[in-house]
Design a protein around this ligand. Structure first.
Ligand code: COA
Ligand code: MG
Length: 295
């Protein structure tokens, strides 16, 4: 199974910074995560929620509005990171943002499938009350603890709204004592489960935002693990993330050639310059081409 969602980058933007909210759609990220959680102090939760609700009504999310393009308007996909369900904030977060035009919620520190069910029902109630099509609000869940990782299969199955799962490295390191160089096993385990459900797999932020070489290496690793995208905390990280997830021209050319040859061979296994090519290999190259067209 494969996810239809192809966001390479998602930029986190703290919701307590109105000037950043105003400008953030311009940086070219494939989607945005407007954050009410860890980047907002408790003393600013309520005010940030209001600021965000207001900003969501403005025309600042529309690329035509920003660039004056005549190719029609395109609203960037918006996620709101609500506060964790163990806090007293998350219900008010939902009330504020579900009625607005968002793609979905990023849900931090998910550990229990029953909590995801509870969240699903709470969203349904608000969708109904606001006259929104039920099920419109999608969920991108964050796994940030060992407990959450161990329950991930049940968590993925807990709601039809779940379209993806992201890895939260900073909290995971805090929770487990594992250092950054040893997160591969957990990231790989997460990706395997996510792929089994045909969902979108997202890698965590790379906090050292001036170290683009380190970011590139970690993004390449995520891509090799089968992840579909990575979050960013600073606009200068977006280009690096895109360049890693964007296949090279040479690879695209090879993919095109293989797909053309496969059509001519009509399902037979064939020899491509000394490489055996059969059905799953053709399928991989076909996906690569499809993905690069959609990006
Ligand atoms: N979203 C939108 N704009 C951002 C941004 C972000 N995450 N990070 C930086 N910018 C903008 C700044 O507004 C500034 O724009 P300007 O030149 O038009 O004024 C420009 O990019 C350069 O910013 P810079 O001065 O390099 O960054 P900083 O020192 O002010 O801020 C951080 C650094 C890390 C605090 C900031 O990038 C940030 O808040 N990132 C997101 C943190 C977050 O959401 N964490 C939770 C998820 S783990
Ligand atoms: Mg966190």
């Amino acid at each position: 199974m494969i996810t239809p969602y192809l966001w390479r980058s998602m930029l986190y933007v703290p919701a307590n910074r109105p000037s950043r909210l105003q400008k953030c759609a311009r940086y070219g990220a494939d989607a945005l995560i407007l954050d009410l959680e860890d980047s907002v102090p408790d003393s600013e939760k309520a005010e940030s929620r209001l600021l965000l609700k207001q900003a969501l009504k403005e025309p600042i999310w529309d690329s035509a509005e920003l660039y004056g393009s005549n190719g029609g308007s395109e609203r960037v996909d918006l996620f709101v990171r609500i506060n964790a369900m163990r806090t007293r904030y998350w219900r008010e977060d939902l009330e504020a943002v579900i009625p607005e035009e968002i793609f979905g919620l990023k849900v931090p520190k998910v550990e229990e499938p029953t909590k995801v069910e509870e969240l699903d029902h709470a969203i349904s109630r608000i969708e109904k009350a606001s006259g929104i099509e039920e099920g419109r609000t999608k969920l991108l869940l964050s796994i940030e603890t060992a407990k959450g990782l161990l329950q991930l299969s049940a968590i993925c199955a807990a709601s039809a709204r779940v379209i993806g799962v992201g890895f939260g490295s900073e909290d995971f390191m805090t929770d487990t004592g594992i250092d950054r160089d040893n997160l591969r096993y957990a990231r790989m385990q997460m990706t395997l489960v996510v792929k089994a459900f045909g969902l979108y797999a997202q890698d965590s932020v790379y906090p050292a935002f001036s170290d683009l070489e380190g970011l590139k290496q970690e993004t390449e690793e995520a891509k090799r693990m089968g992840m579909d995208g990575k979050t960013a905390i600073h606009p200068n990280q977006i280009e690096t993330i895109h360049s890693v997830f964007q296949p090279s021209d040479a690879l695209l050319e090879k993919a095109g050639e293989i797909c053309r040859m496969a059509e001519a061979e009509n399902g037979r296994v064939f020899n491509y310059h000394g490489e055996m090519v059969d059905r799953p290999i053709v399928e991989r190259y076909r996906r690569l081409l499809q993905r690069s067209r959609e990006n």
